[in-house]
Design a protein around this ligand. Structure first.
Ligand code: DAT
Ligand code: MG
Length: 148
């Protein structure tokens, strides 16, 4: 079953949106297999956003991600990576449609509340970056046959 890394970034925590946003993923039918509050330091932030190194917004992005607590989660389910990207919406909140997290809760590009892996390969690397294997819990969800 596919897994993806979702971060509720420091703006989501500061704006008290953790419960509201976590609810979106839970309602979708995804299974929660990892969850923790992390105060991200420079090293994990650099590794997480390595693909953006050298871009004009890179330093600001690192400052943002290290500016306060982040909720790190692993969600599992059929097509979990793509399904979560749809829930998130577009990168730019101003252009993201209503009904998506970024469309419903912000106008910013940088402070866009949520991170989601963009491919199964990147999901595996990002999950390994943010979680130890023993922090992930595998279990059978009782409604799996219905939402699956
Ligand atoms: P996404 O988070 O939708 O996968 P991304 O991987 O292209 O988007 O970029 C990572 C983050 O960097 C994004 O969530 C917000 C920030 N970002 C991207 N493009 C930006 C820009 N042009 N100006 C400022 N921040 C930007
Ligand atoms: Mg991305």
């Amino acid at each position: 079953m596919q897994q993806t890394l979702i971060l509720l970034k420091p703006d989501a925590v500061q704006r008290r949106l953790v419960g509201t946003l976590l609810d979106r993923f839970e309602r979708k039918g995804l299974r929660l297999v990892g969850l923790k509050l992390v105060s991200a330091g420079r090293e994990i932030a650099e590794r997480h956003y390595a693909v953006h190194k050298g871009k004009p917004f890179y330093e600001s992005l690192l400052t943002f991600l290290t500016s306060g607590p982040t909720v790190a989660m692993v969600w599992e389910g059929r097509e979990a990576v793509a399904a979560c990207r749809v829930l998130m919406g577009l990168t730019d909140g101003a252009k993201s449609p209503p009904g998506t997290i970024r469309g419903d809760y912000g106008l910013s590009v940088q402070n866009n509340l949520v991170h989601g892996s963009d491919s199964p390969e990147n999901a595996a690397a990002e999950i390994a970056l943010w979680f130890r294997p023993d922090e992930l819990v595998s279990f059978a969800q009782t409604d799996a046959a219905w939402v699956g």
